[in-house]
Write a protein that binds this ligand. Structure first.
Ligand code: NI
Length: 256
């Protein structure tokens, strides 16, 4: 049994067949899906979906693209949402210097404020870091993120960064891009990471694994990522599933 630790089931790409996508995830044997919020409206939708399906959980936070939308009411709303039974994390939060959809200079304080919020409500964080490795790490260290806990989603840093994140007690989440033929370097990096700190994710509808690359991604495809990671780690896929499922349950407190 697998857990998709990061999906965006609320997005419009799923509007035509969301129920079928969720059904396929269940049939594929997924134990849980965490659907991750991007802004206040999306966080509401994520919680509604989690209320509808017992095996779906939600996280709430403001994505670095959207932190320019944060106003005086945002944090009290997030705090209220975070108290919901099915909310298991604050995220995704972090830095994105690839698209810079919010100005960099406001990404920094909004990231720190959301880390502080996570500490206040005692939830782990889901971190987005795109082309901002050094800055992300520095803020996590300065904000003493080891006392919060969390995961670096779609990890794209190098081995040194991975080790620093592991030192903070963080988990590292592996997306479907590891299945690509040109991902040898990434596979080599994952080979070096401890199994007890790995999570698997789809980031669906994005980052579709081989053999569906180019099409829309969905949680059931986390199986292809698991298969590749198991091969890289030279263990049975069932064993990898057990370990990564246990890791996600532990981090997000997903116990019945
Ligand atoms: Ni995401």
């Amino acid at each position: 049994m697998l857990i998709d630790s990061h999906a965006h089931l609320t997005l419009s790409q799923f509007d035509d067949d969301r129920e079928m996508v969720i059904q396929r995830a269940r049939e594929a044997g997924l134990k849980h899906i965490i659907t991750v919020g991007l802004d206040i409206e999306d966080c509401h939708k994520a919680i509604m979906l989690a209320e509808e399906y017992d095996f779906i959980f939600a996280s709430v936070g403001i994505h670095p693209h959207d932190v320019k939308s944060i106003d005086t009411k945002t944090y009290s709303r997030l705090k209220r949402l975070s108290a919901h039974d099915k909310v298991v994390a604050i995220g995704e939060i972090g830095l994105d210097f690839y698209r810079n959809l919010s100005p960099r200079k406001i990404q920094f304080p909004r990231f720190r404020e959301q880390l502080q919020l996570a500490r206040e409500v005692s939830l782990p964080v889901i971190i987005h870091d795109r082309e901002a490795h050094q800055e992300t790490l520095k803020i996590l260290q300065e904000e003493r993120a080891e006392t919060i806990g969390g995961v670096i989603h779609c990890f794209s840093g190098d081995l040194a960064m991975a080790k620093s994140c592991l030192d903070l007690g963080f988990y590292i989440s592996i997306p479907g891009t590891i299945t690509f033929k040109n991902s040898r370097d990434y596979q080599d990096l994952v080979r070096e990471l401890p199994l007890n700190r790995l999570l698997l994710e789809t980031d669906s509808p994005f980052l579709t694994p081989h053999p569906f690359r180019g099409k829309r991604n969905e949680p059931a495809y986390v199986y292809y990522t698991a298969k590749t990671v198991a091969r890289v780690k030279n263990i049975d896929v069932a064993e990898l599933a057990d370990i990564t499922t246990c890791n996600a349950q532990k981090l997000f407190g997903l116990f019945p």
